[in-house]
Design a protein around this ligand. Sequence first.
Ligand code: NAP
Ligand code: F7E
Length: 334
Amino acid sequence: MKRVLITGITGQDGAYLAQFLLKKGYTVFGTYRRQSSGNFWRLHYLNISDKIKLISADILDSTSLYRALEISNPTEIYHLAAQSFVAASFDQPLYTSDVTGLGTVRILDQILKFNKKIKFYQASSSEMFGSGKSLVQNESTPFMPSSPYAISKLYAYWQTKLYREAYGIFAVNGILFNHESPLRGLEFVTRKISNQVAKISLGISKKLELGNLLAKRDWGYAPEYVEGIWKSLQVKNSDDYVMATNESHSVKEFVEEACKIANISIKCLKTNKKNLRPFDVNHLQGDYSKAKKKLGWKPKTKFTDLVKLMVDEDIHRWEQRLNGKYLPWDAGNF
Ligand code: NAP
Ligand code: F7E
């Protein structure tokens, strides 16, 4: 049976990827970092927490990463752990560089020492294109990172390429555009909207406060992206792949669609300067034709379906909560 190690298994993608790989018959090991309160709600939500072998490890601690390799002895590593929130990277630029940038080298270096044959996946980001001029971005588009997060991811991207070329490691960069789901963290804009709109529709809250409404993103559905992530390690040669939907929508459009679905007025939408970033990326839209051609991967869920499934799930959760039910879920904890 194939053994796999996922860093960041407690995050959105880690949880969906673990579920996907378990269905494929893999033995799944996942790293989590020690916190004062555990963060396993996504694994509980997917009902897979007892099927995964958890290893305590921090991306800042190389010794713990080597130990994770010894325990799991994997054939594939999916490196998903990161400080992944762009806004926080402006407040914590050094920490973000350390975890999101240097962290990738820490793992690649342990792979060199432990077993060069392990296949490695790096979760790179469309944020690396940042404020570049191209309206649609693919694997050849020049990078123009516009946040400490994007710069850290770009550093990790180049290191991944270097380990591939210099040491012959099977190392893949997935250039992932935004992908969302009901398991998305509450601070990201799509989930912030779906959760708040759900609460407003049930009379628990009155307003939705956001920042830059004009920013446009290419939003896909996370469970489909983890399949692409897996596919990119199953081909003969390691390469880099954009995963996206090739459609771009503004934050305002997301709110309008969400309000329509929940049957509430758009007047709940307010702006607050505290949600603005020192620098923002205005437009991202990804051309995924290489992934389609080489991996047979393509996205299925359309923008309106994505908004609907997120809003519907958050309404359902709040309804259950109002009925006194316990469920594994982040918002209910507040
Ligand atoms: P996420 O929900 O924020 O999950 C991040 C994971 O990293 C969590 O499990 C988190 O653990 C872990 N982590 C953070 N700092 C760590 C540390 N110092 N040591 C060990 N683990 C640490 O992110 P995601 O949306 O699943 O994204 C997965 C990866 O894809 C990330 O690298 C992200 O940057 C990248 N990416 C995501 C998107 C997207 O749209 N989702 C697009 C492009 C790239 P805790 O649970 O303890 O916080
Ligand atoms: O912001 C605007 C905000 O935080 C999207 C991460 O997964 O995808 C994600 O990064 C846009 C930005 O995601 C609010 O200014 C307006 O223009 O949901 P977000 P992100 O920055 O695109 C990339 C591909 C990653 O790699 C990252 O890891 O929405 N926006 N008002 C807001 N954003 C937030 N969070 N909150 C607001 O109130």
